[in-house]
Design a protein around this ligand. Structure first.
Ligand code: GLN
Length: 536
């Protein structure tokens, strides 16, 4: 097994996750089998209880793990399916160590960070790597070098390097090279972060420099000299408009030749499927239109990252370019009349997942507007539940219909199923991950997926209340997808005589979308948008 460890310096948010995902893609293009691991040094067991406003989207894996959004980058770039063991947090590591201590497994020893916590970390990394059957394991250590939380993890990889063969371990450090007002590229922050790494006993093999523009040659020379790496190992990673171009940019900078030389990899011929995808994306730019996303954290676009990516994937396949107009649901809620003014020039409206009452009525207003004005609509999870509420209120005439998540209501059309009523703990207790969905024939959903049984990822606690299904369906809405038993509603749509495209899913199709394999509901939604003659 070979290991590539990615660390970050200077500050967070530099795109370490995308850098690692891109290195993974480059290696995959050369035929190597890759396994990625994300280390998150926070004490939470997982990202499930974390506020997306601070951390961005909570990404959901097939096995139901609620993880950091970087795992979404890995799945999309490397086209792999990951599981909970691919995200290691301080919370997971310490609970395991404490559990072992309670069982008496440490045989009377004093339990310490070194060696007990570090052994736990190394054991986990090695076991995920070994189980995957991969050639190369990529490990990203979250946070920035110097944070207290990441120390045990950095110490663990330092030990691992000594324990593995020299050619089998490589460190990539991602840093920032800022620009001054005089357009000078400054290397000092990079020098300092590498110094911090070296104080911990780690010497980077490759330094990936993020910045506005390509690094000048003399700046590369300077970084190489001060940071004790070869000049070829200083890689420039300037901002790009399209993240899917990053693997190509890094490859051009010679990162693969350097890695292959250092790790003694062969240089097999490159598969250029990724390159073709990026070129297709570039050629899409002339057919451009807007859709609106009505969200709660609309100001922090990272909280809807996978949705944004899924839109891009579907747009690429359809040869168009879709721009997003972010609408804050609370602004819509406050709007007394002329809801339409929020949606000028958009061809379709998407209402994404969410929690809690803030902004919910604004989203319902948007749904009423799209239904009445026959504007293409895609609702996801909470967006599905709110579409059910809207249909119950305004079509089935159940005044005050609502979700029991949001308020007390005489008509809880969205409610907790019995099993959820008993749940006390908040973390990891929703209906999470892959579940089968059975689709009715002759529906929009069937047309979109082209099959009757699908598997999609879920993350919800509330569901359509079975007591109201018949009443809602009587008025023309169709539950076109359910679970195997037929009691859990998974997809809502309006018949095409009533509306050109109105589809909402209890699941989150965005998590399975890939750059080369767009998600069917997204593709169908954009196809419907393309057919819109008149904008809102
Ligand atoms: N709040 C809703 C629920 O828990 C929807 C969740 C979501 O959109 N992910 O069921």
């Amino acid at each position: 097994m070979k290991y590539i460890v990615v660390t970050g310096g200077v500050m967070s948010g530099l795109g370490k996750g995308i850098t690692m995902a891109s290195i993974g893609r480059i290696l995959k293009n050369r035929g190597y089998k890759i396994v990625p691991i994300k280390i998150d040094p926070y004490i939470n067991i997982d990202a499930g209880t974390m506020n997306p406003y601070q951390h961005g989207e909570v990404y959901v894996l097939g096995d139901g793990a609620e993880v950091d959004l970087d795992l979404g980058h890995y799945e999309r770039f490397m086209d792999v399916e990951l599981g909970r063991e691919h995200n290691i947090t301080t919370g997971i590591v310490y609970s395991a160590v404490i559990e072992r201590e309670r069982k008496g497994e440490y045989l009377g020893q004093t339990v310490q960070i070194i060696p007990h916590v570090t052994n736990e970390i190394k054991g986990r990394i090695r076991s995920v790597a070994a189980k995957s059957g991969a050639d190369i394991c990529l490990v990203e250590i979250g946070g920035t070098v110097g944070d207290i939380e990441s120390m045990p993890f950095l110490e663990s990889v330092r030990q691992m390097q000594g324990e593995e063969n020299g050619n089998d371990f490589l460190f990539v450090h991602v840093t920032l090279v800022p620009f001054t007002t005089l357009k000078e590229q400054k290397t000092k922050p990079t020098q300092h972060s590498v110094k911090a790494l070296r104080e911990l006993g780690l010497q980077p093999d490759i330094i990936v420099c993020r910045g506005k523009e390509t690094l000048k040659e003399d700046v590369k020379t300077k970084i190489a000299m001060f940071c004790n790496v070869k000049k070829e190992a200083v890689v420039s990673a300037p901002d790009t408009e399209d993240i899917y171009e990053v693997p190509l940019l890094l490859e051009k900078e010679g990162i693969f030749s350097y890695i292959s030389e250092k790790m003694q990899l062969e240089q097999p011929k490159e598969d250029n499927e990724w390159l073709r995808m990026v070129e297709r994306r570039k050629s899409c730019s002339d057919k451009e239109f807007f859709i609106a996303i009505v969200g709660k954290y609309a100001e922090l676009e990272d909280s809807y990252l996978s949705i944004k990516e899924a839109i891009k994937h579907a747009a690429t396949e359809l040869g168009c370019r879709v721009e997003t107009k972010w609408i804050e649901a609370e602004d819509l809620e406050a709007c007394e009349k002329d809801v339409g003014s929020f949606f000028q020039d958009v061809r379709g409206i998407l209402v994404p997942g969410g929690f809690g009452v803030r902004g919910a009525e604004g989203k319902i207003k948007a749904i009423e507007y799209v239904r009445e004005n026959k504007i293409p609509f895609l609702g996801l999870c909470f967006g599905f539940q709110l579409a059910v509420i809207e249909a119950a209120r305004n079509v089935a005439k159940l005044k005050d219909a609502n979700s029991s998540e949001l308020c007390e209501t005489p008509h809880p059309v969205i409610d907790l199923l019995e099993e959820q009523k008993e749940v006390v703990e908040k973390g990891g207790t929703m209906r999470l991950g892959d579940y089968e969905v059975f689709i009715r024939g002759d529906t929009l959903a069937k047309k979109a997926y082209g099959k009757k049984k699908i598997v999609e990822r879920h993350r919800h606690r509330y569901e359509v209340n079975p007591a109201y299904i018949e009443r809602i369906e009587r008025e023309g809405a169709v539950f076109s997808g359910t679970d195997r038993s037929g009691t859990r509603m998974e997809i809502l749509e309006l018949s095409q005589e009533k509306h050109p495209f109105f589809l909402a899913t209890q699941f989150h199709p965005e998590f399975k979308s890939r750059p080369n394999k767009p998600s069917p509901p997204f593709k169908a939604f954009l196809e419907a948008c393309l057919q819109v003659q008149k904008f809102c």
